[in-house]
Design a protein around this ligand. Structure first.
Ligand code: AMP
Length: 182
């Protein structure tokens, strides 16, 4: 299921560019203007539903924090459970974690050890709003696979094509980005 040009334009036009946020030189892709636009949010979620209803998934996993918004809504539409992949220190039960490099320093994501526990070899779709360097998504996909589940695809609303995040992530899982920004 591919996005039509009309659908792509409605979604693309609803995303706002904020220059120099959070620091000079970054163009921040603001998806709050997609979320408060009922037409654009509806077109997006309907497309995701149409695409993923054929995948025979067991869970949707969303990346902290904007991946929760799309992931939780999609999980409900598909009749599936939702699993949050969180930044370090937020999950209360036993976790497994994966570190990744930032421009300056190291960050870490975590998931509960039993998050996909009630379905053996669970098929998981991972979702986030945007992939840039791919550090976060690579760590999250690795974590899903370490639990014994399988990350069958990573889905992003926006892919920054001028960074090689998507190419790197394709070594671990399938990658689908609705809108490519070059
Ligand atoms: P990365 O690990 O470099 O792929 O960064 C991905 C994470 O950072 C995602 O969770 C995004 O929400 C956020 N992010 C990175 N760059 C941007 C950007 N230009 N606009 C909005 N969010 C961004």
């Amino acid at each position: 299921m591919v996005l039509s040009n009309t659908e792509r334009k409605i979604i693309e036009d609803s995303i706002r560019d904020i220059k120099d946020f959070p620091k000079p030189g970054i163009v921040f892709k603001d998806i709050t203007t997609l979320l408060n636009n009922k037409e654009a949010y509806g077109v997006l979620m309907n497309h995701l539903y149409q695409r993923y209803k054929e995948y025979n998934l067991d869970y949707i996993a969303g990346i902290d924090a904007r991946g929760f918004i799309f992931g939780a809504a999609l999980a409900q539409m598909l009749g599936l459970g939702f699993v949050p992949i969180r930044k370090k220190g937020k999950l209360p039960y036993t976790t497994i974690s994966e570190k990744y490099s930032l421009e300056y320093g190291i960050d870490e994501v975590e998931v509960h050890i039993d998050a996909f526990g009630n379905i053996p070899n669970a098929k998981v779709l991972m979702i986030d709003d945007l992939i840039a360097t791919g550090g976060t998504a690579n760590a999250a996909a690795t974590l899903i696979n370490q639990t014994g589940a399988t990350c069958v695809e990573a889905c992003f609303i926006i892919g920054l094509g001028f960074l090689d995040g998507q190419t790197k992530l394709k070594e671990t899982t399938e990658v689908y980005s609705l809108i490519e920004v070059n």
